[in-house]
Write a protein that binds this ligand. Sequence first.
Ligand code: T5A
Length: 217
Amino acid sequence: MPADARSGVFITVEGGDGAGKTTLARSLTECLGQSGHTVRLTFEPGGTALGTRLRSLVLDPELTMSDWDETWLFLAARASHVHEVLIPALEAGEIVLSDRYSDSTLAYQGYGRGLDLERLSSLNREATQGLSPDLTLMLDISAEEGLARTRARSSQGDRIGDADLAFHERVNAGFRRLAGEQPGRVRVIDARQAATAVLTEALQVVNKWLDAQGSRS
Ligand code: T5A
């Protein structure tokens, strides 16, 4: 679905574990809604009935699976998310805000697990029917600080969050690399700031971007 074939706007929020994506996505949705936009907040893995089931499998700390098995589960969740939620909302002209999307697969399964990036990009294109974000807010934080936040919130881990620090460092370095490769789409925000400062910066980026597009939503 090329950008000019849809009337809505597709924004993703990406970053390592505990970067503050969910906190930002929720407050951004509220602020944009208050400014009169119709905003659909969604997330991966999840966002559909199938995605929710797949999420509980892929994150289950009691299950073992190969890196490719893990990848197929994320891709299957994404495929259902795209055709059940994202495309209809974009066709309806909404601003769609997704807490994680295809960059997460490149960062976690590609840079983190070491799977082939070109193959992952090609599988991402298939799973998404070519739907790529118009704008991505990438929250940048060290793996150590991000994990400290998630562990302070809950002692209950998950299969990916519990991976070792070196894995999360590769993931976060991967996100930085992806941002460097696509500076037009991906805007990096310092996630070590207070949540209010992160929101202010994100709002500036989004509003400027919407103004430049003549606000499609
Ligand atoms: N995954 C996902 C893949 O491996 N491949 C894929 O393709 C996809 C889609 C689940 C896991 O799946 C992996 C990545 C993940 O490991 P998830 O549910 O999005 O994905 O997992 P997390 O990133 O771990 O989600 P979290 O909810 O734990 O982290 P968030 O959303 O980044 O952080 P948030 O907002 O929940 O905040 C965490 C804590 O920090 C506080 C919050 O209050 C909360 O307690 N906080 C701040 N504290 C200080 N300053 C700030 N600016 C703060 N912002 C939030």
